[in-house]
Ligand binder design. Structure first.
Ligand code: 3HC
Length: 289
């Protein structure tokens, strides 16, 4: 298995695949990013051992199945390559062109895109029928769902592989069409954007909007905490793609989101977004102020 990108999603995908028994080659752009991603996996494995959920020898075996690399050439023998790089179509297309030229022709390719067209990515490879979308949810180690996305070109064999992979990973699978946002983000993204607009319009404070949805609708996280958790840069990219595709105001980026992203405040991963994560507990910021 190859996993391209070892960030928020990529490290989790690499970890669960290694835990399911596959040898995983994980590729990043530079050593710093690679070390950070592998460090996260090692921490998760350590915690699992501390909690008594994993024997030390099993954790060691999982870690040993993961081979970090900076070189696409190390993906050459993979049977399946999953990409989890930045949510930017041009970057993904450039990556697939490069990977397609290196990886054996019988291998399958999958994109973990949140919103970009699977078909457009399949088209730049010489194996569009062996290309599909596998959309994992953050944190990939915990969230039970896997959306299996079939593009126009995806052959039955590739779609079947997606469902079989989900089963082996212990995920619940759903079949989603190659529309922008698939099933979950089509519904979840406008909800988060609407929560941001509700805050802009003075409907409630950041904490009260979050508490409202947790205590009033039994959501595990409020929408603004969730936006920080997903990454505000990612949320903004998805919003742009969906606004472009559907032409509806509810998918457009609210001003507060645009401002936070422009300031480099991407949420939890940068330590600041709708909340400040530098202290012991997250503290709401004043993003519109
Ligand atoms: N990585 C790995 N494991 C994690 C983790 C992480 N980042 N965060 C939490 N966990 C594990 C914990 O270790 C714990 O494991 P245990 O049960 O074995 O002890 C378990 O998850 C529960 O964690 P906590 O007790 O610390 O905290 P919570 O009970 O509050 O759960 C949560 C944390 C699972 C993240 C929960 O708050 C939740 O489900 N939040 C909503 C997440 C969500 O909606 N994700 C989807 C986002 S949309 C998306 O990803 C699509 C993309 O395209 C934008």
């Amino acid at each position: 298995m190859g996993v391209v990108g070892c960030g928020l999603m990529g490290h989790g995908i690499a970890q669960i695949c290694a835990q399911a028994g596959w040898d995983v080659v994980t590729r990043e752009l530079d050593q710093e990013r690679l070390d950070a991603g592998i460090g996260k996996i090692e921490k998760q494995l350590e915690r699992a051992v501390e909690k008594g959920k994993l024997e030390q020898s099993d954790a060691d075996a999982v870690r040993a199945r993961i081979s970090p690399t900076l070189d696409y050439a190390d993906l050459a023998d993979c049977d399946l390559v999953i990409e989890a790089i930045t949510e930017d179509l041009e970057a993904k297309l450039a990556m697939w062109r490069e990977v397609d030229a290196i990886v054996k022709p019988e291998a399958f390719f999958a994109t973990n895109t949140s919103s970009l067209p699977v078909a457009a990515q399949a088209d730049v490879t010489g194996r569009p029928e062996r290309f599909l979308g596998l959309h994992f949810f953050n944190p990939a180690q915990v969230m039970p769902l896997l959306e299996v996305v079939r593009a126009q070109q995806t052959a039955d064999e590739a779609a079947d592989l997606g469902f079989a992979l989900g089963e082996k990973l212990g995920k619940t699978t759903v079949a989603a069409g190659d529309n922008r946002g698939f099933i979950v983000n089509r519904l979840l993204v406008p909800y988060m954007l609407d929560a941001i607009r509700a805050h802009e319009q003075g409907v409630g404070s950041i904490e009260d909007i979050d508490t409202g949805m947790k205590a009033g609708a039994s959501h595990p996280m409020g929408p603004l905490t969730l936006a920080d958790f997903v990454g505000l840069d990612t949320l903004a990219s998805i919003a742009d793609v969906m606004a472009d595709a559907y032409g509806e105001e509810r998918f457009a980026q609210p001003d507060t989101l645009r401002g936070l992203v422009e300031a480099g405040d991407y949420g939890r991963k940068t330590g600041r977004g709708f909340y400040d994560y530098s202290g012991e507990k997250p503290v709401a910021t004043d993003p519109a102020g």
